[in-house]
Design a protein around this ligand. Structure first.
Ligand SMILES: [Zn+2]
Length: 223
């Protein structure tokens, strides 16, 4: 018990106590407005095994990458790793060989170029996968846009448009496909009800495995 630290207690009109472990492995307690601290302690004692396990899991996941944009740093593209290679020849483009080659310039400029490159690659790949799944399913989005979202890999607008973060293009294609199918199904089923998951499963029987990959590796994608 002594090794379990509560980061925050959030009180509200809820009726039961819930424990939440955040992706950065902190414990948040959600409790009814008048729950005593003795009661909260008791719940934590009861669930201490689960809390330790969950915190261990969160700590074991890949941590967010902070890039310095230096030679040899790893960048992910469709699930493959490419070391950054800074070349002396001038030229604004990015070349992807077995490395990600970029001309020598300021760190800020390299960062901008890489993001722009990811964005353009994401637009091409995601549009074409969307078209494919749209043909397969008969669900057609009003528009497909690439965004700068940091956490939401995909989203669906009330007007039937789909948005995808350029960051998603770092993930393997099977994961990109899962996010696309997930959002396409939202066009018909806007919630996360069993009916929604049933439709996703019908189109992608192994969706759980893909969803899990995304959960476990989301921090890898947060560049
Ligand atoms: Zn959803």
């Amino acid at each position: 018990m002594d090794d379990i630290r509560i980061e925050k207690i959030v009180r509200s009109r809820r009726r039961t106590i819930a424990l939440v472990i955040t992706p950065d492995a902190r414990l948040i307690v959600r409790a009814p407005a008048r729950a005593s601290s003795a009661l909260i302690d008791e719940v934590i004692r009861e669930k201490s095994g689960w809390i330790r396990k969950k915190i261990g899991e969160m700590k074991g996941r890949p941590q967010a990458v902070v890039h310095a944009y230096e030679e040899g740093e790893i960048f992910w593209f469709l699930g493959r790793s490419y070391p950054l290679h800074i070349v002396d020849e001038a030229g604004a483009g990015i070349q992807r060989t077995d490395k990600l080659c970029v001309s020598r310039t300021s760190t800020q400029e390299i960062r901008t170029r890489i993001q722009r490159w990811y964005w353009a690659e994401a637009a091409t790949e995601i549009h074409s996968r969307c078209m494919w799944f749209s043909m397969m399913t008969g669900y057609s989005p009003a528009s497909v846009r690439i965004t700068d979202a940091r956490q939401r890999w995909g989203s669906c607008t009330s007007r039937g448009g789909l948005n995808f973060s350029w960051r998603l293009i770092q993930a393997p294609l099977s994961i990109v496909d899962y996010v696309i199918v997930h959002e396409l199904v939202h066009l018909r089923q806007p919630d996360h009800s069993p009916k929604f998951w049933g439709k996703v499963e019908a189109l992608m029987p192994d969706y759980k495995r893909r969803r899990e990959w995304l959960r476990d590796n989301e921090r890898l994608l947060r560049i």
